[in-house]
Ligand binder design. Sequence first.
Ligand code: G
Ligand code: G
Ligand code: MN
Ligand code: NA
Length: 256
Amino acid sequence: RELEQELRGAGARGEFRLAYQPVIGLADRRVTGFEALLRWDSPRLGPVTPDRFVPVAEAAGLMDEIGAWVLREACATAAAWRHRHPGAGRFSMAVNVSATQLTSPDLVGSIAAALAESGLPAGALVLEVTETALVGDPERAAACLAALRALGVRLALDDFGTGYSSLAHLRQFTVDVLKIDRSFVSAMAEGEPLPAIVRGTIDLGRTLGLEVLAEGVEHEHQARLLAEGRCDSAQGYLFARPLEACDAEALLLEEA
Ligand code: G
Ligand code: G
Ligand code: MN
Ligand code: NA
């Protein structure tokens, strides 16, 4: 239908761009990385959010190509920032990978190519996958994740605790980062202690040696409680919204 029609030529017409949301270390409130978020400004439909068009792109078989562009663009941007601001310290760049990309035989090759073209060290790239994307074909997904980790990239389990969540996944799929879904964070009310589920998730992640990142932090009391609970890092409107590339780069400069 119309959305799908418009999506077909969108990449070639240069209608996609990336926004970059900072990741903040909760111990010192410094920028430790960014998450690249896809944006589509369609001249005919106006801005369309990824929640709406990613599922359509997946169903239409377009997501591998769009995803490959996202990877190249995010890696090139991160490499350019590192080159221009060597004093800014280490930071990671996270990219969301959709279910269809995970089952595609091209994924490992396109990630290797994005790293080689950009010169970004593999260790600076984080790939975000959801449990929902992994459970469709778990054997294949596990093999794919293993191949990606062999490249040296880091893996994050996105939206953790929602969808088809299972502790068995943490054993079956080796990851480096646990991203606590923002629904758990938004349930953290002022004046109340850290909810047991959040505390349990942080402790589980730490026990497994994972970095734990809380999404959707909007209020200072949430950041404080998460820091006290030894959550490593956070993203959310309290710190920054997804930013244009130039504004994200300016933030890095401030840190240098
Ligand atoms: O800002 P936000 O609206 O960007 O993102 C909404 C949803 O779209 C999130 O679940 C996010 O993971 C997903 N998303 C954003 N960018 C990308 C992308 O480049 N690829 C995929 N597969 N999903 C994305
Ligand atoms: O599923 P994923 O985590 O990739 O989705 C990221 C989405 O979360 C993006 O749409 C981004 O704009 C949104 N987001 C980031 N920070 C916040 C926040 O503090 N509050 C809310 N409500 N959404 C956020
Ligand atoms: Mn994400
Ligand atoms: Na998420």
